[in-house]
Design a protein around this ligand. Structure first.
Ligand SMILES: Cc1ncc(C[n+]2csc(CCOP(=O)(O)OP(=O)(O)O)c2C)c(N)n1
Length: 202
């Protein structure tokens, strides 16, 4: 299956959710389906999309947060899986599109291509209870619906082909996206009347 098929399939579900993507191909594929102010495309900072998702999910428990990640990015920040497991935000869905490739920068093979490294096993070993490993659009759709309905942290490792969009180009850069996304988050929070509890500190 291709990542773009998966993103197309879930787009109606996520278009009103807080979504954080990695940079490059994944971001472009979502953007091409139609940008929303509640989408944040984390350019440059490889590996940190799930960390930003974790922060959002903990700070905004009334929101469902979706992270669209890549194998190369997760491999660059494997500790994120242990942090997610420890804090297990119930409102976070972490989708890892494993194309075995650093596609956006030329398609170099990642460690998952070797067949040795299994990100779903690593996620389970990190302590995440709900981990799905899927290879067909049908399996992906089922796993995503379950994750969206679940009141619990979900990780989906979706094995996809190493193909991406045939064009790259967005009409705004990271700072504008970041300011607008932040404003969107604040507006949504005000609309619900929800106020964050005092930070207990860790
Ligand atoms: C710290 C860091 N190193 C390198 C890069 C350059 N870079 C941007 S995207 C990318 C590949 C990302 O791979 P993956 O997460 O698997 O996503 P894919 O491109 O395959 O969709 C790389 C190496 C970066 N942005 N940040």
């Amino acid at each position: 299956m291709e990542r773009v098929q998966c993103i197309e399939m879930i787009y109606p579900e996520i278009e009103d959710k807080l979504v954080v993507t990695i940079m490059g191909a994944c971001a472009q594929e979502l953007y091409d389906l139609g940008h929303r102010e509640n989408f944040f495309y984390l350019q440059h900072a490889m590996g940190l999309a799930s960390s930003i998702g974790l922060g959002l999910a903990r700070h905004l428990p009334h929101e469902k947060v979706i992270v669209l990640d890549g194998d190369g990015s997760v491999l660059m920040n494997l500790g994120t899986l242990t942090t997610l497991a420890r804090y297990r935000p119930a409102n976070l869905v972490h989708v890892i599109f494993d194309n075995g490739s650093l596609l956006s920068t030329g398609g170099f093979e990642s460690h998952t291509t070797s067949g040795v490294t299994d990100l779903a096993v690593i996620a389970k070993g990190a302590g995440i209870a709900h981990v799905a490993s899927v290879s067909t659009t049908m399996e992906f759709g089922e796993a995503f619906v379950e994750a969206m309905e679940r009141d619990g942290l979900s990780v989906i490792v979706a094995h996809v082909e190493a193909v991406g969009p045939d064009n790259y180009g967005m009409d705004f850069a990271l700072p504008e996206n970041a300011f607008r996304f932040k404003r969107c988050v604040q507006d949504r929070r005000r609309a619900t009347g929800w106020t964050p509890p005092p930070d207990p500190g860790h």
